[in-house]
Design a binder for this molecule. Structure first.
Ligand SMILES: [Fe+2]
Ligand SMILES: [Fe+2]
Length: 184
């Protein structure tokens, strides 16, 4: 509802002019706050929403079996999601932190784990879908990725929250989100 139709609507309710003005300003205030929240996503919220996509795909992946279309589709989606996320995160999260004394080791550790995840993806690609080894490696991948996401969310975000200022946090989120949407 836009502001002018909102005024007509509350006018119909027969409220006094003062009450109408009160409701109108409250409505406008909440609309502005909601829109600001939408626009001002920070880098941690941006990354966390994609981590949840990965967690969901990993859960689904280990419930698949054999050489099936479903296993192939979920694996291909997860592979793409992990690769694009790792690229976006290295460019728009780890790179600005690598010069900070507080975050350098963590950034290196996070990037090294991205390589370990890549290796497990390659191992899955080299294994037949209907081999029993495939599910075992998929479970190793799930364990590795979940550990990595937990490190980022529980340890790295907290520390890097002290290194980045508020405007960096929101501008990195914009860059991260635009990389994700143009490479997915
Ligand atoms: Fe990561
Ligand atoms: Fe991540």
């Amino acid at each position: 509802m836009n502001n002018s139709s909102f005024i007509i609507y509350i006018g119909w309710l027969g409220l006094s002019d003062q009450k109408v003005a009160e409701v109108f300003f409250k409505h406008t205030y909440y609309t502005i706050i909601i829109n600001l929240k939408r626009i001002k996503m920070n880098i941690f919220e941006a990354i966390r929403k994609d981590h949840d996509i990965q967690r969901d795909l990993l859960e689904k992946l280990i419930k698949t079996s054999g050489d099936t279309k479903q296993r192939d589709e979920i694996f291909q989606s997860l592979k793409k999601e992990l690769q694009v996320h790792a690229d976006a995160e290295e460019r728009h999260y780890y790179k600005p932190l690598i010069d900070s004394d507080m975050m350098q080791d963590k950034a290196r550790h996070g990037i090294a784990e991205h390589h370990e995840i890549d290796e497990l993806i390659e191992k899955l690609e080299e294994t037949d879908y209907d081999s029993s080894a495939w599910l075992k490696t998929a479970k190793d991948l799930k364990h590795k990725v979940e550990h990595h996401l937990e490190d980022e969310e529980q340890k790295f975000f907290q520390l890097s929250g002290k290194v980045l200022n508020e405007s960096q946090k929101t501008s990195l989120a914009t860059d991260y989100n635009s990389y994700m949407s143009s490479h997915r």
